[in-house]
Design a protein around this ligand. Structure first.
Ligand code: SD4
Length: 336
């Protein structure tokens, strides 16, 4: 566990080494970059279902594909899985019975980003996000504008909700239930490519039976995803309202920049949020991270978060660390 003091000390140290690297210690910086180059690829994604996406991403990288292709086509695997009720066309609809999808993508080189929110009827929102990044001057398109753009780009449409989801929604509606935040299982996929660069993407149908037009953290740069090519990448899953108010993924990368390992950075971010939020530790938030040394990690606000990690040597699901009450200390500092 990294204490605040240690984070601070690491921060000072990393500032010192950056200053050095830009000046006398240029070769040290080059050595670290070379190390990253030989460590990759490392692919990390949220939840056990992310493993199939990771495997596809690794396949693409192994065949010499780009980091962005690996992210996009990797996420396609999950978006194509109609049994997945929280991503893509199989996702759960909003309160009006309409599936509105959120996605974003980031490229470390050039610090580029693209995003779509509340997009309807497009099979691969991650591809729409990539097109926004590559074909427009903008970062984010929403709603009908995002759909029009995707259609103009020739992206595939899909019928949604599926029949099964429509039946569930009708049942939910007849019971006048509340949208209580269940079903939040986004895919966030981040990777360190063999060339030492970072890429990431995120795709979700969001909070089941949410209000029409609700957008979560997943398409928000710095919320559900953040990539800094000098430092690493992070992604989030869980209750977006509790991530986006705190720039969660940005915080994770920021902790890594100050010297924390990926696991420490995820833990520190959950702790920082819980200490401030009126909800205390009852947040339903989880983070994954990878750094330039190829180290990876994850943490959640409660037990039960697992994530997928894939390298050329292995592909497996790991259990994330949950922040303990003891580690948290005083929580909910921003009570009303
Ligand atoms: C959202 N964060 O829309 C997304 C949902 C999610 O794991 O992550 N699910 O709030």
């Amino acid at each position: 566990m990294l204490t605040t003091r240690r984070v601070f000390l690491h921060h000072s140290l990393s500032i010192a080494s950056v200053v050095g690297a830009n000046g006398l210690l240029g070769s040290a910086q080059a050595k670290e970059k070379a190390m990253a180059r030989t460590t990759g690829p490392v692919i990390v994604s949220t939840w056990p279902f992310g493993k199939a996406s990771n495997d596809e991403a690794l396949r693409i990288l192994t065949q010499g594909g780009s980091g962005l292709d690996a992210v996009e086509k990797g996420i396609w695997v999950t978006e194509n899985d109609l049994s997945n009720s929280s991503v893509g066309a199989g996702g759960m609809p909003n309160a009006k019975g309409v599936v509105q999808l959120d996605a974003c993508i980031m490229s470390g080189p050039g610090h580029k980003a693209g995003s779509v929110a509340a997009i309807e009827g497009i099979r691969h929102p991650i591809s729409a996000a990539r097109r926004v990044m590559e074909k427009t001057k903008h970062v984010m398109l929403v709603g009908s504008g995002a759909r029009e753009f995707a259609l103009k780009e020739g992206l595939e449409t899909a019928e949604m909700p599926t029949e099964a989801r429509r039946r569930e929604w009708l049942q939910w509606k007849s019971k006048q239930e509340n949208a209580d935040g269940k079903n939040h299982d986004t895919i966030a996929l981040i990777l360190l490519a063999p060339d030492g660069h970072f890429y990431g993407g995120c795709s979700t149908s969001g909070w089941a039976y949410k209000l029409s037009g609700r957008v979560g953290d997943s398409p928000i740069i710095g919320g559900g995803l953040y990539v800094d090519d000098q430092v690493g990448a992070a992604g989030a899953t869980g209750l977006g309202e509790n991530v986006m108010r705190y720039c969660g993924s940005f915080q994770v990368v920021s902790f890594m920049q100050r010297g924390a390992t990926p696991t420490e950075a995820c833990l520190e971010t959950v702790k920082a949020i819980a200490r401030k939020d009126p909800k205390g530790s009852d947040l339903s938030i989880n983070f994954i991270a990878v750094d330039k040394k190829g180290r990876y990690g994850a943490a959640g606000s409660a037990q039960g978060f697992s994530y997928s990690v894939t390298t050329p040597k292995f592909s497996r699901v790991e259990t994330a660390r949950a922040v303990t009450a003891k580690e948290l200390g005083p929580i909910g500092g921003n009570r009303l």
